[in-house]
Design a protein around this ligand. Structure first.
Ligand code: SIN
Length: 273
C-alpha cells in the first residue's frame, strides 16, 4: 500500500479486485475508510465483475440522474464526448449527500480515457476537520445543514443549459436531506466535515444568504493542498472512494477527446454527529 499524498488516498497493489478474498476486501474497506480513496492499477474488471464486486458491499444505490449502461443498469455512465464542453462531476462535491441515507461510496472504472488530462482530485474531510481552527470548530459544533440536488439536475438547474442536458435523467426528481455539519465516520468514529459546495445549500435555521459566508470559509479551509490528492487515470485503473470521508472533483481539461467511466454507487447508512 502506497499513500498518494499526506492525508488522502492510497494505491493498493498486488490485488485482483475481481477475485479478491474476503480478508483482502476487509483490508481494502478499512484502507478506504481511513484514507478516503483507494486506487487499483492494471485491473481486469468487466462490467459483470464490477457489479459482482459491488454486491459484496452493502448494496447498490442507482444514481437518479446519470445515463445508465443499457446492458447493465446498475452501472451509471460518466462520460464526455469529443464534441461536448461540459463534464459530469466537474466541481467539488460528494456523491448523494442530498439523500437522507447518503451513498457510502463509489467504485469508478476507467473505460475510455483522453490522451492527457481527465484526472480526479480528492480532498479528505477528516484532515479538513482536524485542521480547522478551534474557533471554527466551535462555530460549527451542533450545526446541521440542508442538502439537495434540485438546483443542479432539475429543468432549470445547472446542467439544463449545457450539452450534458440531453443525456441526463431525473429532471423531475426532487431531493432534500438534513445532516450534521460534523459527522462521525460510521466505521472509524473519526470526525469528518460533512458539507460540500455543490449540494449543501444552507445551515438549518439560517437562510442561504446567512449561510454562505460560513459555507465558503469551510470550503476554502477544506481545500488546503495538504488535504488533497490527485488521481491520474490509466487504462485498467479502478478507484473506490468513501463519500463520507472525501469530496472529489473531475477535471475538465481534455476538450476534443472522449472520456468514459463506469460508476457504481454503494449504499450507505444514516449519518450522525
Ligand atoms: C463523479 O463521480 O463525480 C465523476 C468522477 C470522475 O469522472 O472522475
Amino acid at each position: 500500500m502506497k499513500p498518494m499524498a499526506l492525508h488522502c488516498g492510497i494505491e493498493i497493489g498486488d490485488v485482483a479486485l475481481a477475485s479478491c478474498s474476503d480478508a483482502q476486501l476487509q483490508a481494502i474497506k478499512q484502507a478506504i475508510y481511513e484514507r478516503g480513496v483507494a486506487v487499483f492499477r492494471d485491473q481486469d474488471f468487466t462490467p459483470r465483475d464490477h457489479i459482482a464486486f459491488a454486491k459484496r458491499w452493502d448494496g447498490i444505490d442507482v444514481n437518479a440522474y446519470f445515463p445508465l449502461d443499457p446492458a447493465f443498469p446498475e452501472i451509471a455512465l460518466v462520460k464526455k464526448a469529443p464534441d461536448q464542453r461540459t463534464n459530469i462531476g466537474g466541481a467539488w462535491h460528494t456523491d448523494h449527500s442530498y439523500d437522507p441515507v447518503p451513498a457510502m461510496g463509489s467504485i469508478l472504472v476507467a473505460r475510455e480515457l483522453p490522451p492527457t488530462g481527465g484526472d480526479t482530485l480528492f480532498a479528505h474531510m477528516g484532515a479538513a476537520y482536524d485542521a480547522l481552527s478551534d474557533d471554527l470548530k466551535a462555530r460549527i459544533e451542533g450545526l446541521e445543514a440542508f442538502h439537495t440536488a434540485d438546483h443542479v439536475y432539475s429543468q432549470g438547474g445547472v446542467y439544463a443549459g449545457t450539452d450534458q442536458a440531453g443525456e441526463l435523467r431525473g429532471q423531475d426528481v426532487t431531493t432534500g436531506a438534513v445532516h450534521p455539519v460534523v459527522i462521525r465516520h460510521p466505521q472509524t468514529g473519526r470526525k469528518l466535515l460533512y458539507v460540500n459546495a455543490a449540494f449543501t445549500l444552507h445551515f438549518v435555521g439560517q437562510s442561504r444568504e446567512e449561510s454562505l459566508p460560513l459555507l465558503m470559509e469551510l470550503t476554502s479551509a477544506a481545500l488546503a493542498a495538504d488535504n488533497q490528492c490527485r488521481l491520474e487515470w490509466e487504462a485498467g485503473t479502478v478507484a473506490i472512494w468513501d463519500n463520507r470521508t472525501t469530496w472529489h472533483n473531475a477535471m475538465n481539461d481534455y476538450h476534443g477527446h472522449a472520456r468514459e467511466m463506469h460508476r457504481i454507487t454503494l449504499t450507505g447508512e444514516t449519518l450522525a454527529a
